[in-house]
Ligand binder design. Structure first.
Ligand code: ANZ
Length: 923
């Protein structure tokens, strides 16, 4: 019988839905397993074949775990707030709620087409008030807590207030924005507004005036990780600095814990390093250099205090507050010119600049150890926002200082002898012995660092200091389509958070989504809403995308709970995500924020684990294969993208398709025939050659493949296995549909194994032969090993080999095919379900099947099939390696599950092994 995939898929889908096959409940009799995909933002263009790569792989894994007896939580939802829906709303006047709802329907249909085993009864949507009620609640908790460094955990802000009342700021050890010192009396004397300002210095969600990344085109502020190469990640618009009041998340409070617990996670080293580098912890020292003829001093941060004897000049960031006061009159003009030039440059440009630039200020410092005069320069390579914004330059051991010294002809003093480390000659290696360095001479760099810090502290010219690159995250957006802040201000401007009873604070309706102007958020236009509560004014900023996505995995555990974000029972049972799959582009955004929120909830004893995602796999990017055609436009020849569905398998655009293209695509409408080089074969239609190139898969590159089309053509099972077959999950790879036919052939072959020559379903109940068992168990072994390594491509090839083997053996034995159906079920959920039923099983293979166990005995190349007699009657067969000794054969027989069943606990009186022929038990 021909495989009718469309019919099977429809029937099986209905069966799954009616029988709620993937719905899970807490079941304490089973071990839990939580498999999670990063939930998508439901965009208007729907899914392309790149998106399901991770979804299919995690689905296979979830299904595998279910078949192994785990209670598997696997579900899906929507990261529904965000900029694109709002931009679309502004352009088209459609409410973002409406576009989002429409897009969700498309996504849902597309995901269902792929046979993904989500428990849809747990679906969530971050823009649903019943969901964001809890997002808002968590933000109120962040607002109401500070971070205590003594206990290394978040504590209620009320405790801090009580301390201020008694002792002022003395004796506190907290995470804060800046150091403050005040007495208990001073605290009590402060006005409510002044106290509010002080507390903002400690709250984990706090409001402050600061320079922010302002994107004029988007009308909003952006977080650092939303800016790529100096422009907005969404839309590529310019970003400038602007001073504004903003809400922030004090991620820096958790920097050390975020770093430390990375070591406990099963994530790739590269992913951990991305987080480590973003946190950027560096240990070093603050050192004071007195300025000659000036009251003030220059403080520098250095990770290499050991090299201080090699410091031959100082470099200050051009925007440093000290610049004007240290600039001499002779140098003023040059300094001003330079400062103006640097103002036009972004931090990224400054860091990437290879050319040396800078200017002398006219002033000098006194070296704290040698007393030498060392000149102070300005240069853009020193950034104002890091360390102290000033450095001691050591040209012998720092590359940039070295280039600078050579350019300005400044002295270079060698202070580290690296001759013992010929291969490690770069400045960053921290290897070698100190020379020309007084009391440090002869010490290894690592010891010299310690000795230098000790001496610096002893002479009171500095202190040991740890610096982080991590900055607190901006958490305000001047946009409409996000969670409203559960914050209100009284007449004095003092902020307070809404009580639980007033949540959710529902996003009010708005007709015009454009920003209110001058940096104010659209909600500012709704003055009635803003002032709804007598004596209070509501916050008009909304939350960024990362708010809703920082805790969604917890909501899946108990999505309909109205009393809590999830019940204690659900949290205690499901614990955390065992296996998380998603793109590596979230390395420093989502993954850092959700880890922070999770640690915070852990501090509040609201979640049972300190980390949310135990194991993480990042799928690679699926690239598209774009097609280009050369078109002569005046003097020039340009390459235009040709939509891939217009190009045939030979990479050609035929003339008739060109005419179609002109009708459909405006870019081609005006293109003259003569602008293209046509080939005119005698026996077929005229055509032009296209050029193929691998690029990112994107609508703008006309190379998008919709999974719906492939599923309709070849079936979801084929699509799933083909996508896996493309290569290792973590790798990026082009999507080339050429290989699809091969996978389709394999699936058909597998199907045919169940049918006779006349197309009738036909399986035999004969016992399997050693050869058949060997083929099957070789495959079981490989798939079991590889699935656990998440190596889905090699699983598929193992199954291909198995089906070929069974076909060669003309095997249609139930004993073999039944097991193979369960083995392939995670990969090909539709056909396996259909065959499970055809084999006469009840229920669902995905719920009632048991993943087959490999029996190593079948794998040995020479096995002997021993009949097993009980009191002279043949009851069973076992396969034993030909090399087994008598004793080993007895042991294999006694360990065999069927024999144990037949013995029903009894010990046989005697076992007779006739080598090569028979095993006989006397009971
Ligand atoms: C002397 C020295 C000698 C340095 C040496 C390095 C190597 P990380 O690891 O990134 O923290 N630095 C400090 N503040 C800076 C700023 N605002 N802009 C640019 N560079 C700055 O690096 C810290 C090192 O980077 C510091 O240690 C300082 O140069 C420089 F062989 O001091 B070092």
């Amino acid at each position: 019988m021909e495989l009718q995939h469309t019919e099977i898929e429809a029937r099986v889908k209905q069966f799954w839905a009616e029988n709620k096959i993937y719905q899970v409940e807490i079941d304490t009799n089973k071990p839990k397993y939580y498999v999670l995909d990063m939930f998508p933002y439901p965009s208007g263009s729907g899914l392309h074949v790149g998106h399901p790569l991770g979804y299919v792989a995690s689905d296979i894994f979830a299904r595998y775990k279910r078949l192994c007896g785990f209670n598997v939580l696997h579900t899906m939802g929507w990261d529904a707030f965000g900029l694109p829906a709002e931009q679309y709303a502004i352009q088209k006047g459609v409410h973002p709620a409406q576009t989002t709802a429409e897009n969700i329907l498309t996504y849902r249909r597309q995901l269902d087409n792929l046979g993904l085993s989500f428990d849809w009864s747990r679906e969530i949507n971050t823009s649903d008030p019943q969901y964001y009620k809890w997002t808002q609640w968590i933000v109120t908790r962040l607002f109401m807590h500070y971070y205590c460094k003594d206990t290394q955990r978040a504590r209620p802000i009320g405790k801090l207030v009580a301390h201020f009342r008694k002792k002022g700021s003395t004796g506190i050890n907290t995470a804060n924005t800046q150091k403050q010192a005040f007495s208990a009396e001073a605290w009590t004397a402060m006005s409510p507004a002044e106290q509010d300002a002080v507390l903002m210095n400690y709250r984990l969600a706090y409001r402050t005036l600061g320079y922010v990344n302002w994107c004029e085109a988007l009308g909003t502020v952006l977080a650092n990780d939303e800016i790529v190469n100096g422009v907005s990640e969404r839309g590529g618009h310019p970003v400038t600095k602007r001073e504004m009041y903003q809400w922030n998340l004090r991620v820096t409070a958790y920097a050390d814990r975020l770093l430390e617990s990375l070591n406990t996670l099963e994530w790739s080293e590269s992913m951990k390093n991305l987080q480590r580098n973003w946190i950027g912890k560096s240990e070093g020292a603050l050192v004071r250099f007195d300025i000659l003829g000036n009251e003030t001093a220059l403080n520098v941060f250095t990770t290499r205090p050991d090299t201080i004897f090699g410091a031959t000049f100082m470099v200050v960031a051009p925007e440093h507050a000290i610049v004007q006061s240290i600039t001499t009159n002779e140098q003023r003009e040059a300094v001003n010119d330079y400062v103006t030039y640097v103002k036009s440059r972004s931090d990224i440009e400054r860091q990437q600049e290879k050319k040396v630039s800078g200017v002398f200020t006219g002033s000098s410092c006194k070296h704290p150890f040698t007393g030498a005069d060392i000149p102070i320069y300005l240069s853009e390579y020193v950034l104002a926002g890091y360390g102290t914004g000033a450095i001691m330059a050591v040209p012998s051991d720092d590359d940039r200082d070295n280039t600078f010294a050579k350019h300005f002809n400044l002295p270079i003093i060698e202070v580290v002898d690296k001759s013992m480390h010929p291969a490690d000659t770069t400045a960053a290696d921290k290897l070698g012995k100190l020379i020309n360095s007084d009391f440090l001479n002869g010490l290894e760099v690592k010891d010299a660092i310690k000795a230098a810090i000790a001496e610096i502290e002893k002479r009171k010219i500095g202190t040991k200091k740890t610096n982080y690159k991590l900055r607190d995250a901006n958490m305000s957006r001047q946009r409409y389509w996000g969670e409203p802040y559960p914050i209100e201000y009284d007449a004095d401007g003092v902020a307070s958070c809404l009580p639980m009873a007033e949540l959710p604070l529902v996003l009010p309706d708005l007709a015009d989504f454009t920003p209110a102007g001058n940096g104010a958020a659209p909600l500012a236009k709704l003055q009635n809403w803003v002032n709804e509560k007598e004596g209070f004014r509501r916050e008009v900023d909304t939350m960024p995308g990362f708010a809703g996505s920082s805790w969604y995995f917890l909501r899946y555990m108990d999505p309909h709970n109205t009393e809590n974000f999830a019940s204690k029972e659900a949290l205690d049972y499901w614990q955390d995500v065992d296996f998380y799959v998603g793109g590596s582009e979230h390395a420093v955004g989502h993954l850092l924020y959700s880890r922070t929120w999770h640690k915070f909830l852990y501090d509040l004893e609201k979640v049972p684990t300190d980390e949310p995602f135990r194991k993480l796999v990042n799928q690679g990017m699926i690239q598209g294969i774009s097609q280009f055609i050369s078109v002569k436009m005046g003097e020039k020849t340009v390459d235009l993208h040709v939509p891939i569905n217009f190009v045939n398998e030979k990479g050609r655009l035929t003339y008739s398709r060109f005419l179609d293209l002109q009708k459909e695509d405006r870019r081609f409408a005006a293109i003259n025939d003569e602008a293209i080089v046509w080939h005119t074969p005698a026996d077929s239609e005229m055509y032009a050659n296209c050029r193929a190139e691998v690029e990112k898969m994107s609508k703008s590159k006309y190379n998008v493949i919709n999974p719906d089309d492939l599923v309709a053509e070849s079936g979801a099972d084929v699509f799933r296995m083909f996508e896996m077959f493309l290569g290792p999950i973590e790798q990026s790879k082009p999507f080339d549909t050429k290989g699809m036919k091969g996978v389709e052939g394999f699936v058909r072959k597998f199907w045919q194994q169940f049918f006779d020559a006349n197309g009738n379903f036909s399986v035999s109940d004969e016992p399997a032969t050693a050869a058949e068992l060997k083929v099957l168990h070789t495959c079981i072994k490989k798939v079991t090993d590889d699935v656990q390594r998440f190596s889905m491509n090699t699983c598929v090839s193992a199954m291909m080999i198995c089906v070929n083997g069974l076909k060669e053996l003309k095997c249609n034995k139930r004993a073999i095919l039944h097991q193979f159906v369960v083995l392939i079920a995670p990969f090909a959920p539709f056909i396996s379900e259909e065959l499970w039923h055809k084999l006469g099983n009840t229920g669902s293979v995905h719920r009632d099947g048991q993943f087959p166990l490999c029996n190593e005995a079948f794998l040995v190349s020479d096995t002997i099939d021993y009949p097993v007699q009980f009191n002279g009657k043949k009851k069973h067969n076992i396969f034993v390696p030909a090399s087994a000794t008598k004793e080993e054969i007895e042991q294999i027989a006694l360990n065999d599950a069927t024999i144990q069943k037949l013995l029903a606990g009894a010990t046989p009186k005697k076992i007779i092994v006739v080598m090569g022929r028979l095993i006989s038990l006397v009971v």
